[in-house]
Design a protein around this ligand. Structure first.
Ligand code: FE
Ligand code: MN
Length: 330
């Protein structure tokens, strides 16, 4: 049983006619956002990093976010290829998954570039996953959610199987890319707003733009599955809401540890509010009730993300396209 039923249930090697225009739309928007990290100069970042312009707290914040993202991007890429791709047979969805996998390779490349430019010891940067519990706990939390479909004997036959599959989608698209990335985005973009580590900041802006499409695709895939079958029970909904709330608590711990004192006029309390605000946005995208109703402490992040573009498929189609590799909020 395919994850979603293409109306004609046609050959996965024949993409036309398109059954799911929304998936095709994500592909085109992804392509319009092409960028590579090497386009962004690291010269200023390198001299700032070597000077004493940054406080200890700011340095830690940069290191933690590089440490978290460097491994998280690979985990996400592996999940697409090794867990999700097999079961999503609609060819236009697979076309987007391939595009997304490429973007994750670009993101992985970004952290190689940052690591090389700043002269980090790779052991040090990639080892944060093992050394820092709040980073490891976030990664393990999403990996745990994919266990059922990682089993080589897993097949997609029953509604229970669909729930196992959607648990993976929630883990990676909604929790990893949609919640766990966002305190880090706010930190790195906040730093850039102060003229600090602007090269890395710009790379995070490009990643953020890609990630908002990834989250959108994942949510639309889940919503399409819900529209086509009956696996989404009340009990399952409660489980999902609780998982997302647990993830919010893990992200708050991460934010507090990565930024224990006020840096850049942003403190741990504001990061926690921001995580709640972002999680509410994810609940809304899944057509679930908001759990926190917290105000956005960083209105400038909204301009950055332009949440209006994160439409879900029950709303209208997004028609604004990027012209090329340029960030349109600059
Ligand atoms: Fe990514
Ligand atoms: Mn992603």
């Amino acid at each position: 049983m395919p994850v979603i039923n293409s109306e004609s249930n046609h050959d996965p090697n024949k993409i036309l006619p398109i059954d799911y225009d929304w998936a095709r739309d994500y592909y085109q928007r992804g392509v319009a956002n092409n960028w590579t990290p090497e386009e962004i100069s690291m010269q200023d970042d390198i001299s700032q990093w070597k000077s004493d312009e940054l406080s200890e707290a700011e340095r830690q914040l940069v290191e933690w976010n590089l440490g978290f993202f460097s491994t998280a991007e690979s985990l996400t890429a592996n999940n697409i290829v090794l867990a999700i791709y097999d079961y999503v047979t609609a060819p236009e969805c697979r076309q987007y998954l391939l595009r997304q996998a490429y973007e994750e390779a670009v993101h992985t490349d970004t952290f190689i570039y940052c690591c090389d430019s700043l002269g980090f010891d790779p052991e040090y940067m990639y080892g944060m996953y093992d050394r820092i519990p709040s980073i490891r706990e976030k990664d393990e939390f999403v990996v745990d959610l994919t266990q059922a479909i990682d089993d080589p004997d897993f097949t997609m036959e029953t509604e229970e199987d669909m729930r196992d599959f959607v648990r993976d989608l929630i883990g990676f698209y909604v929790i990893m890319e949609g919640i766990f990335f966002y305190a880090g985005f706010a930190m790195m973009l906040g730093l850039k707003r102060q003229g600090k580590m602007s090269g890395i900041g710009q790379q995070f802006e490009y990643i953020l733009r890609d990630e908002s499409l990834h989250v959108g695709f994942g949510v639309d895939l889940i919503n399409q599955m819900r529209a086509e079958s009956d696996f989404w029970t009340e009990e399952f909904e409660e489980e999902i809401v609780n998982l997302m709330k647990e993830a919010v608590e893990l992200e708050k711990i991460y934010a507090e540890e990565a930024c224990p004192e006020e840096v850049l006029g942003m403190g741990p309390d504001q990061f926690k509010e921001y995580v709640e605000y972002i999680a509410d946005r994810r609940f809304e995208q899944l057509n679930l009730e908001r759990q926190y109703v917290t105000e956005n402490p960083f209105p400038w992040m909204t301009e950055q993300i332009d949440l209006n573009k994160e439409k879900n498929f029950f709303e209208t189609n997004v028609t604004e396209y990027q012209e090329g590799g340029q960030l349109d909020w600059d």
